[in-house]
Design a protein around this ligand. Structure first.
Ligand SMILES: [Zn+2]
Length: 469
């Protein structure tokens, strides 16, 4: 069997080739979860091997080895696997577990000429990925990731001390939604933010132990069950939790509410784990919860909802979790994200366009960018969406807020506009010419300069408005 690339994948491939042809040796390709990165780099590997290259595909999880191997097989690409317990072979394409390869580097005789790095945001000088890349300085490198950004703000680019010398941009989430290759994400969040005071930040993200204590509470879990009932129509959902115990208690709460639910974690035997994932895929399970296992690389297109119960400062983790429910599937007209932890306020909506860079960014700057993401929350159904006069989900029309606000006892309160002031404004609006404005100024005892000032401000506003069109 062979695989046909989609048009946008062809374009990505062309851009990668252009980067190599322009003399770059280590481009980094960025494209969202669900854009078919595995298909793309498997295609690259097969073409490169056909031209006599030795291609090393570097992945860091068991599941990704299986997925990549299956894709290469679909392309009829003979390949070996470098992983513990698997005998080594000498095919021109090798799929390697980073952990295993790092241990074997000193005795490897097979030398790659092209290295494909999956989840390439892990590739810095100090990681296993980095040690492999540093071991083969002559090889060309193609990095692939959905989020070319690290929690510590360290850039992945050569100028920032990293490995990559060019950034190749694939399609955005919004574009893939438009093309029908991803489902439209719809985000609902509770009206009040979860209390994260006292949660420590360790290595750039919230401390998981602190989080588990803060999040594993009946009120929050009950809220999750209620929102699932209201918005998800019993569609298969994944719940992202802070600890194994948290995942278990959330699954219990869903069961108590009459849903088919289960949790998975690393201590389960692989068969039970695989069975529960399969049950979610077949619809036998409605809700599967976990604290770690299902973030990266689990591909179950029928999953139509993500229940976010783990606050994170990692944009990569947030997008990976959300990405688990964005795959298109027959009959699935949208992907529902129930954000109980404020991640969409922290990182923006899943289909926001993002500006990536290979440079290092100070933390404060990243935070500022996050803060600038404009969102609005419906006070009726709690959907979080881009600013609009009405809620795209329930059609609630936002009341137009009056502009006069007075401070009373330290609280900001809305006060009805003063009728006399309104009448004066109306009279002023009716005055079409500078002469009319001068008459008003005279009648009210204003300075004649007031009329000129209002007139000029009006003209400037009109010009600006025309310019904007
Ligand atoms: Zn609404």
């Amino acid at each position: 069997m062979s695989i046909t690339l989609r048009p946008y994948q062809d374009a990505m491939l062309g851009d990668v080739r252009d980067a190599f042809r322009s003399g770059f040796k280590t481009p980094l390709l960025t494209a969202p979860t669900g854009s078919g990165k595995t298909v793309l780099f498997s295609f690259v590997a097969s073409k490169a091997a056909g031209k006599g290259n030795k291609v090393l595909i570097l992945v860091h999880r068991q599941e990704l080895i299986r997925q990549t191997s299956a894709t290469l097989t679909a392309f009829d690409v003979p390949h070996g696997i470098i992983a513990s317990g698997v005998p080594e072979t000498d095919e021109a394409v090798q799929v390697a577990s980073v952990q295993t390869l790092v241990r074997r580097l000193d005795r490897m005789t097979w030398t790659p000429t092209l290295i494909v790095v999956d989840e390439a945001h892990h590739a810095t000088r100090t990681t296993g990925h980095g040690r492999v890349l540093a071991h083969y300085p002559e090889a060309r490198v193609l990095g692939v990731t959905a989020t070319p950004e690290r929690l510590d703000g360290q850039g992945l680019g050569a100028l920032a001390g990293g490995f990559f010398d060019a950034l190749v941009m694939g399609p955005t989430v919004a574009e893939l939604v438009q093309l029908g290759h991803l489902s439209k994400p719809v985000v609902y969040a509770p009206p009040s933010a979860v209390d994260l005071s006292g949660i420590r930040t360790v290595a750039g993200d919230f401390n998981k132990g602190d989080l588990a204590a803060a999040m594993n509470r009946p009120a929050i879990t009950g809220d999750a069950v209620q929102h699932y009932a209201r918005h998800c129509n019993s569609a298969p959902a994944i719940g992202f939790c802070c600890s194994v115990a948290h995942a278990e208690s959330v699954a219990e709460a869903f069961k108590a509410a009459g849903y088919q639910a289960a949790s998975i974690d690393g201590t389960l035997d692989p068969d039970t784990r695989a069975q529960r994932i399969a049950d979610l895929g077949s619809g036998a399970l409605q809700v599967l919860t976990s604290c770690e296992i299902i973030s990266e690389g689990t591909d179950i297109p029928i999953v139509a909802a993500a229940i976010l119960l783990r606050p994170t400062q990692s944009l990569a983790l947030y997008l990976q979790q959300v990405g688990r429910c964005l795959r298109p599937f027959p009959g699935k007209d949208r992907a529902v994200i129930l954000d109980h932890v404020g991640n969409c306020h922290r990182h923006g909506l899943p289909d926001d366009d993002r500006e990536w860079s290979l440079d290092s960014k100070p933390r404060r700057q990243r935070k500022k960018e996050d803060d600038e993401t404009p969102t609005r929350q419906c006070e009726h159904c709690y959907e979080v969406h881009r600013p609009a006069p009405e809620c795209p989900s329930c059609g609630f029309i936002y009341p137009v807020k009056s502009r006069r606000i007075e401070q009373v006892d330290g609280d900001l309160q809305e006060i009805a506009p003063d009728p006399a002031r309104l009448a004066a404004k109306r009279e002023q609006a009716k005055a079409a010419t500078l002469d009319d404005l001068r008459k008003i100024a005279a009648a009210r005892g204003y300075s004649p300069r007031w009329a000129e000032h209002v007139y000029r401000a009006r003209q400037a506003k009109q010009t600006a408005w025309r310019g904007a069109r």
